[in-house]
Structures are given as C-alpha cells and as structure tokens.
Design a protein around this ligand. Sequence first.
Ligand code: ADP
Ligand code: MG
Length: 396
Amino acid sequence: MSRKMTIEDVDFRGKRVFCRVDFNVPLNDRLEIEDDTRITAALPTIRYILEGGGRLILASHLGRPKAKPEAKYSLAPVAPHLAELLGRPVAMAKDCIGAEVVALTRKMADGEVLLLENVRFHPGEEKNDPEFSRQLAELAEVYVNDAFGTAHRAHASTEGVARLLQPAVAGFLMGKELEYLSGALAAPKRPFVAVLGGAKVSDKISVIENLLTKVDTLIIGGGMAYTFLKAQGVEVGKSLVEADRIELAGRLIAQAKEKGVSLLLPEDHVIAREFKADAEHRTCDNSDFPADWMALDIGPRTIAAYQKALAHAGTVVWNGPMGVFEFDAFAEGTFAVARALAESQATTIIGGGDSVSAVKKSGLEERMTHISTGGGASLELLEGKVLPGVAALTDK
Ligand code: ADP
Ligand code: MG
C-alpha cells in the first residue's frame, strides 16, 4: 500500500472540512445514546481539526434506513452529546445535501461544527452515485476519513466524495488502524504468529490463504479447527465440521508445509454433550474423541502449546476466539490466548467483532498493542484486500 496523507499533512485554517466519521451508535427506544464509544473514538481527529481553525462538517451513517429519512435513524441525538463532549455548540443540519445545507456551511466560522443528517437517508450513498457524491463534495474544500469501520465499502461518503475533494486524508483513528494492520502485514517483527479461530473455515479462507504467505507460525483454534482435524483423519464427533471444506483444509495444511509455516492444531479439547452454557463437559485427546460429543474449547495441553508458540513472537495478529467464549465453561482457551498476548513483548493486534468482545471480556484490553474498531474492514485488510475508502485517499 502506498502511504496516504493524514490530517497532520494539512493546514485546516479557514477551510471547510468534510469529515466522515463513524457515529453509528446504538440508540434505545427513547432515542438516547446507549454507548458513545464510537463518538469518543473520533474526538482526537475532531479536536485537531477544530484547534487547527477548520470549519468542521461531520458526516456519518446510523443504522440501516431504507434509503429514505426515518426518525429512528436520525443523527440528531448525537449533536447535543457531542457538544457536551467538546464543550462547544454543534449545529444539526436537517439533511446532508441541498441548498439549505450548502447555505449553512457558507455561514460557518473557523472552529464551528455542523453535523449532517444520516447519509443513508439517500439512495445515492450506498450506490456511490456520482451526482450524490458531487452534492456532498460541494459542501467543503478538504476531505477527512476517520471511519475505518466503513472503509471497506465503496459508498459516496467513504469513496465517491474522496475522489472529488482533494486533498483527501486519513484521520487519527483511520491512520492508527492502517499503521498497525497494514504495517504488521507489510513489515512484521519476526517471528510473526497468526492466531485464527472463530466459527467457520468458510468465513476465513482468504484470511488463511493470505496469512500463509506471510507468517512463520499459524495457530488454529475455535470451530474452524475441526474441519482441519477432520482433514487429517482425526475423529471429532459432533464438533462443527464443514463437510464441503475438508478438502480445502487439507490443501491449506499441505500449503503450510510447502511454505515452511509451522501450523498448530488442537491436540486436546473441552468437549460437551450439547451446545449449551451448562452442558455436561470434560476434556479429551485427539486419540479418544467420543462420537456423540462436541468440542467447544481447546484443552489444557493445546493451551500450553499455543502459549509456548506465542511467548517469543515479534508480531501477533489474532482473529477468532478459540472456543465458545460466550459460555463461561468454554472460555478458558480464548482467555489463555489473551493472557499470552498480554504477557508477551510482541506487537499484538486484534481484529474481528467477536474476538474484540472476547478480549474486552477478558479484561486485558489495555495490554494489547492495537484493537481494531472495524470487524469487516480489519478482516478485508487481513485478506490482503485494498479498502476502497483507503485507496481513494491522496497519496503522500
Ligand atoms: P470474529 O467475529 O472475531 O471474526 P467469528 O465470527 O469468526 O469471529 O467467530 C466467533 C464465534 O465462533 C463465537 O460466537 C464463538 O462462540 C464461535 N466458536 C468458537 N469456537 C467454537 C466451537 N468450537 N464450536 C462452535 N462455535 C465456536
Ligand atoms: Mg463474528
């Protein structure tokens, strides 16, 4: 990836700045903000632009409106909340395009903030319609993207408008995501270890294929491990197996061998009679897996082997829990990996929605180098894809 311009490369004084943020916050029935993490995450970028004398126009989506205005998806509740966080007024626009909004932007003074209404109230947003992009671009003179979580979507506010408003630069949140996720893949400190888990092989094929060309060690756990074990002829009882991916798993094992990548699979398991939080459970080895039980976590010997492989890593990328961590009885494998990462000197990077929840649940969040804010976007980076919202930014 070529290096992209960031907000530190721009003088914002007196400029109207179109800043795409991720204010897709959860609202309750009374339209109150349930969790403002995404708003606070954008504050460094917002403050930087305002302190630099920019006239800040904020754009975001919220929820999944059907390409028309819907009160329950209005961004209006965000304006007063953001005003309180910033300690300065935040004006709310009734729409995100049109003559009235243009007029509002022309009246702005340096350091003022205008929040646009939900960009997904218009069909042109998700279609990346050129005319809609042009109407967005008309509002401002500079483009900033700080919405990493939607950078894998080529929408008007993430891609189309960036092509029209130059310079188009990365905000702090976006810059940090790219620095760690792309940086780790491009120039990892070695040994480079990837830990992959989660539910299915089919969700992660491209991630595995891409990482196999980069890592020294690939650790596999979680539901996807059982398709790999099956490919090696191990009996896995009623564990999650994708019958139509067994052959592929076999090929990936062969590929790892050819490339000299050390591939680690579970040797023992925490098995249960059924998929339930309070299911009867015990441990077993690969050699004595009972036919009518299912594996819901990796076992203690596997944990020890994985911890050993992680102890001297230079870089660790982790996506996908090692077991059904949502159930306490099957969370130990995932938490043990989290502890191994917390204790290691490596650069540790975690991506993926459930993996991030698992790390938060483990209480070790603060001890990781980087926790990605974008589930889908981080997976696409790990797959080696170029994100459209990033590609559209101006090269350094
Ligand atoms: P991420 O969101 O981090 O990319 P995934 O969505 O791929 O992760 O997978 C997360 C899910 O995988 C979790 O809900 C977890 O319960 C499930 N899972 C992990 N191990 C197993 C297993 N052995 N059997 C069934 N499901 C599993
Ligand atoms: Mg998930």
